[in-house]
Write a protein that binds this ligand. Structure first.
Ligand SMILES: CC(C)(COP(=O)(O)OP(=O)(O)OC[C@H]1O[C@@H](n2cnc3c(N)ncnc32)[C@H](O)[C@@H]1OP(=O)(O)O)[C@@H](O)C(=O)NCCC(=O)NCCS
Length: 293
């Protein structure tokens, strides 16, 4: 087993173990990228792709082809990444990505051996085609035909329409507390913003939001839905969901749907599972782990 750094001249031979978007970063020669490949008898068989930012190395992808597993490829890749991190003066390696539960179990067994913390599952991600959601989903039709009334003095705006000061207050959690994972400003995978809806009370306080990002493979990721405690039973969440579905219907009809639900949020999780369990093509999980060097 051998390892080598990827650059535009050798990267393409690793296309079976590196996602297209990351491959593009290597081909473009992005400065912050660290990509290392493993070869088994001269055959590319595994790859780790990471970015170095603010003295932290963030792994985005680690994958070894099934034929080459349990031969030490991933160990070599992670050891080299650790050496590189130290050389760059980075004190921490983080790993935050999305994959199936089975793969997370494999990664957990491997990474804990390498000294990483036990993997934490952050969110469940439903993947579905928009046709199925829009045409087969009984819930969708009911929602689109619903006539719920907004709570008193609450208006729904797009992000551009919301007062900058209110957004700044929300960012600093001045009036509203919310878990970081549900922040409307959070975008851990540097995705393109698609649209965001904000529910505002009397032009004074943001009391809910629903955000959507566009993924690198052109799907729409519904990233966070949050409703202030005071409005939890008011149908505000359903009204925002209906507006988002309408937006999808009008603007991104052909694009697949990814819906992320924070695993701590039991009520939203139950709501979405009743909606999506029969409609989705697959369920994946966002996870995170890290190691201090
Ligand atoms: C997890 C993964 C990277 C491990 O790669 P690998 O090259 O097989 O790992 P190594 O051979 O270096 O394993 C080192 C040690 O980790 C542990 N380990 C690795 N895979 C294991 C498994 N399936 N079960 C139990 N322990 C395991 C073992 O202790 C192993 O040492 P041993 O073989 O001497 O017992 C690989 O299974 C993989 O790519 N899985 C899919 C990951 C994925 O989905 N990535 C995409 C999202 S980022």
């Amino acid at each position: 087993m051998e390892i080598e750094y990827l650059d535009p001249s050798n990267a393409k031979s690793y296309q079976s173990c590196l996602a297209k978007v990351y491959m593009q970063d290597v081909l473009d020669g992005c400065e912050s990228v660290i990509a290392i490949g493993a070869k088994d008898s001269d055959l590319p068989c595994g790859c780790v792709f990471a970015k170095a930012l603010d003295e932290i190395i963030s792994i985005k992808n680690l994958f070894v082809l099934p034929f080459a597993r349990r031969k030490g490829a991933a160990s070599l890749l992670i050891n080299e990444l650790k050496s590189k991190a130290r050389e760059l003066g980075c004190a921490q390696i983080k790993f935050n990505a999305v994959t199936s539960k089975n793969n997370i179990d494999l990664l957990n067994k491997f990474l804990t051996k390498q000294g990483f913390s036990e993997i934490e599952l952050l969110a469940r991600i439903y993947k579905a085609s928009s046709d199925r959601v829009l045409e087969e989903g009984k819930w969708t039709k009911r929602l689109l035909n619903s006539n719920f009334e907004l709570p008193d003095k609450v208006t729904i705006f797009t992000k551009d329409e919301v007062d900058e000061e209110l957004l700044a207050k929300l960012k600093n959690k001045e009036d509203t507390d919310y878990p970081d994972v549900l922040s409307p400003f959070k975008n851990e995978f540097d995705l393109q913003p698609e649209f965001s809806l904000f529910a505002v009370f009397d032009n004074k306080k943001i009391v809910g939001w629903f955000t959507a990002l566009r993924t690198n493979d052109d799907r729409i990721l519904y990233r966070s839905l949050f409703i202030d405690d005071m409005y939890r039973k008011s149908k505000l969440g359903l009204i925002m969901l209906a507006k988002a579905i309408k937006y999808h219907f009008d603007n991104c009809r052909s694009k697949g749907v990814l819906l992320a639900v924070d695993l701590d949020n039991t009520s939203v999780l139950n709501f979405y599972s009743s909606f999506f369990n029969n409609l989705c093509d697959s369920i994946k999980y966002e996870f995170s782990t890290n190691i201090e060097l």
